[in-house]
Design a protein around this ligand. Sequence first.
Ligand SMILES: [Mg+2]
Length: 365
Amino acid sequence: MAAGLSYYKISMPLLTPFTTSFGTQTERIGYIFRLASGSVTAYSECVTGEEPHYSYEDNETAMHVIRNFFSPMIADLPQPRVFMERASVIKGHNMAKAALEMLLWDYHSRAEGIPLARRLGDSKGHADVGISIGMDSVQDMVRRIGSAVEKGYRRIKVKVEKGKEFGILSAVRDSFPDIKLSADANTDYTLKDAELLKRLDRFNLVYMEQPLGHDDLLDHSRLARQMATPICLDESITDSAKAEQAFDMGACSVINIKPGRVGGLTESLKVASVCAERGGHCWVGGMLETGVGRAFNISLASQGNVDYPGDTSPNDRYFSRDIVDNPFHMVDGRIRPNDGPGTGIVVNGAYLSSVSLEQGSLLKP
Ligand SMILES: [Mg+2]
C-alpha cells in the first residue's frame, strides 16, 4: 500500500526558559512527521533544534537527509529494522534516522493493534520519572526543586556549568540532603578540571552526567578512575558499539539513552541490553519533545532493562498546550504508557497546523 509522508515544522513556546551550559532555549522549534497508509496514521518527532549545540545535527541537516535520502527508503513501509539496514549507507545523522525509524515503529504497532511499549519487549507498564532543572538563580532552582519533590519526581537532575557547580549543588544539598540528585554538565569541563570535579564527590550524586567532551570516552575513563561519583554518559554514546567500548574502558557505569541520539528505538534497546549485561544502569533522557516524541520516550523508559528514573516529565511541565489531546499524567512519580495501539497519542490536527511555521509532503500516497 502506498504511504503518504508529511512534515510540519512547529514552533511552540516553552513554559519556562531552559538553560544548560549550551545556552537558553525559550521555544521548541522542530519537525513532526505524519505517515498515513490505508486506515493507519502514525506520527513521530525529530529531536533536532535550530542550532547544532547538542550535536552536529540541526533542523536543516535533518530535513536535508530525510527529504533526499531517508524518505524514499520508507515508501514501501518497511519494518524499523529493515529501514535501519537501508539507512546504514548514510553515516551518522542519527536524529534524522530516528525520526523515520520511530515513525515506522508507531505505524506497524498501530497496524497490528499493539501498544508500542509492548511491541518493544518487556514493559514494566510504567516509566519512573525524574526531572531536569535548567540553570537559573540558585534560589529559583531550589524553589523549583522543592515543587518537583512535592510532585513526586523520583530523581532530580540539575544542569551545571564550570564555575557554577559548587553554588548550585551546595544550595540544593543544604535544602534537600537526602534526595536522589544528579548533575549534568553537558560537556563543559576538560580533564584538566579533574581536581575540581573530584570535589563534587561530597554531594553524593547518583551520577555526574557527561562532564567532558561530546565524543570522548578515554578522558572520561581517566576521570572515572579518580572520582567516587559514578559517571553517566549522554552525548558520547551514539550507538550500542560505543556503549560496549565505554564499559570496556570504564568510561561510565550509567548511560542516558536518547532514541534520537542513537538512531531510534532498535538501537536504544541494544544500548539498554549492553547496560544490563555489563552490570551498569540506564535511563531515558529527553530533548524538550512535544507529546509526540515524549510518547516514544515513555514506551522505551517502561522497558525492564531501563532501571533508573528518566527525564520523561509529563507534557504540562514544558507546554501550556500540547499538540496531543491525551497528554501524560504522573502519579506517584510514574507515567504509564498509553494502552492504545502504537504510541496511543491522539494528535490534534488543527492545533498542529496552527503551531506550524511550514508544512509539506515528502511522499505522495
Ligand atoms: Mg545530558
